[in-house]
Design a protein around this ligand. Sequence first.
Ligand code: URA
Length: 430
Amino acid sequence: MNVLEVIARKRDGREHPAEEIGFLVGAYVRGEVADYQMAAWMMAVCIRGMTAAETLALTEAMVASGEVLDLSAIEGIKVDKHSTGGVGDKVTLVAAPLAAACGVKVPKLSGRALAHTGGTLDKLESVPGLTVELDPDRFIKQVREVGIAVGAQSPRMVPADKLMYALRDVTATVPSLPLIASSIMSKKIAAGADAIVLDVKFGRGAFMPDVAAAEDLAREMVVLGEGARRRTVALVTAMDNPLGRSVGNALEVQEALDALGGEGDAELLDVCLRVTREMCDVARVSADVERVWRSGAGREKFEEMLSAQGGHLERGLPVAPVKVEIPSERDGYVEGIDALEVGLSAAEIGVGRIRKEDRVDPAAGFIITAPVGARVSRGEPLVVVHAQSRELVDRVAARVRNAWRIVDHEVRRPPHVLARVDKDGVSRPD
Ligand code: URA
């Protein structure tokens, strides 16, 4: 097989046989296909698209490029959960322990903050002593004993994605549905769970611009998951505004603890309970999720998980030395909070990374005091910025204030969960 023929086939809009895609990905990972050849092929994919069969073949070839986690030592149906990324998105920190408290086995590999989006691993690492570097034996033992573990993916898993993603980033080939879907699902499939619940976000703070694009991605990922014999369900959820009342690492861990303790933003709780119910359903665990949540068992499970990973909550979460309120410049109602602007400002004060090698600040972030729908008066705080210095606050203050859209009329919070996608198609909750 010749790589030039493979590139030419996609350039001309013809379909690849599965073995051709296997050849291309395998040869690329071995260094036998050059970056410029892979980039040319991926650009052809961006323009021509891929059939469902091609996308599945690509996903399988990516999975085969590295190690696959064998979770057979854990009894029962193992469920993974994945979010396509957002601002203030602490759903994993609430839904995953709650599902474990309901009896679901949750082996979860997570990612780090990148650009304006937060990362579950960075949030967890704000707990003193906690590690996310769990070798497979420790990871599996913890899921068997505690019911849940959240760790970092080994670099030996899906090396093809690491190489291809880095290349996509610098060749304008990131926004292609089959490339995004195969990138995400290859990592989920290699992580070894039997079932996957996806939270596909759309809007200003998300990867997908609108609900239609998010539904397309959700459908594509469900087809890939089912094609790899993993029961897969996706919820399509809004990310125009930050989710919940905090954006930050320790701040979001605290919000998750509060939410699991029964208190929290209604929208956050709604998404978390829905995701938990989906996790129970795919695991065939029948549980009254709301009752388990009210009992506090989810919070106990979260604390047990943090402690199993070396975390010491009793030492206290890190606290920023500087806290500054950003006041509203006018009276009115909060119509929206631009999640992208909030996410970029958060990265600027250390919540996330501007460059990959940057260190995150566990204490930095925002506490939203005027959420969407709130009535505010001029001079009242919209948000409290937590940072290491006044200089950092000053750097983002105007941008953060301008993220709030304040109008004269009353505002109702828009619906948050817009669609549910499974192998039978799309449904839209009332
Ligand atoms: N997240 C991924 O893991 N891959 C993509 O291509 C996009 C988002």
